[in-house]
Ligand binder design. Sequence first.
Ligand SMILES: [Fe+2]
Length: 473
Amino acid sequence: MDLSAFPYLQGNYAPVDEERDVANGELRVEGEVPRQLTGAYMRDGANVAFQPNHYVYPLDGDGMIHAMYFNDGRVHYRNRWVQTSHLQTERKFGRTLYGSVGKLLEVPQEVVDAGGEPNPVRNTANTNVLYHGGKLLAMWEGGFPHLLNNDLSTVGLYDYDGALQPGDALTAHPKVCPDTGQLISCTQRWDSPAYNVQIFDRNAKHLRTIPVEFPRKGIIHDLQITENYVVIFYAPAFHSLERAMRGEDPFLWEPEQGTRIVVIPRDGRSENIVFETDAFFSWHFCNGFESGGLIVIDYIWINSIPFTQAQGTGVEKQPRRMFRMTLDLASKAVTNEQFSDIFSEFSRVDERRMGKHYRYAFAASSNRDWGDAHGYNCTGQFDFERGSTQLWEYGPEANAGEPVHVPNPDSEREEDGWVMCFVHNPGEGAFLSVLSAGDVSRGPVAKIHIPGRVPNGFHANWMPGVTLRGGSA
Ligand SMILES: [Fe+2]
């Protein structure tokens, strides 16, 4: 592959070409692996199998899962591609057949005639990997999720026993309610602005659909829950399928329209509450909760949709910051304040506090200028009680991924858990960093070094009880 034309396939964004297993004895560990943990840390990401003809970060690229399984202080690393029908078709033909989400191509007739995947839109399965209701799913927001076995082998597309209709695109950012075990998700469609909140019970059985009407199909990547509501941002960011089919830049940013914040009652029984504010964009929420008559939302703020400013250059220089927004349900007033001036993305919390009052957030962060060497070289801890931010820097040129809070099964306290992310540090290689959630400034309590490379990726989760053999606990 010659990837020199693609800025977001350089350095540690470049793909790996092998599926590997590295067993406990072959993984060099600095520090100590927490013995209390049984489960798996898994992270999804883009890993092109064939040279692409066009590439939009972060939406393109074949999904690959990197997993670190934990059991009684022992660890096992495994990575596998998600075997999507697009990837399987390309493997059969031995070359790239499909375009990009930024530039769709007509599928060659010979591919269709041979029974290959006829949809020009590639379901990459590259965005998130989630374990809920006994199902391990690789998710991408443009289509159905892919069901995986715990050993990362692919079962196939999953429609929640028929709850998803053909053409439904399930978000890659559902939230799990810690009280009910419900999965609060949504579907959108390529062919209409329809947006439907979808609620599944703790066993992944579909409970209800709550429709939300929008005039145009917006780019709505994430959603946030509170005890009683689902909150979404409707930014003036749009994707035009027609423009993508014509080979034009399909991404539109219309800031004069402002950003709408839509608050949707989770029971589906009362009206949505809509707030209006100046235009901003966000990929990711951090957390949200209700406090008196206010809804508090913490999220990563961006001043506009990233694609429009630096499409194809790979040098994104827009600030991304942790913001705290309050929504006054009575007066409809919106306040929106920067919490930290640290460049951050991929914010996470202790999932037991999802939708509830909480103290700590974690994010991939950077303590240096956002130059050509693109990446997050730190894990950040945000203390909302003290109003402070702590960083642990892995190295000036390091790339640190999404930090996932892993609770200590013996404690209810956020600070007694760990925070894990994959790190690539030139000169040191790849490792899974295990930080103390209460004090990231001490540095990793364990570094699990992985021979070879783990490319930069997207979203990760801790899957309690999931082991390599024998299914879930
Ligand atoms: Fe995301």
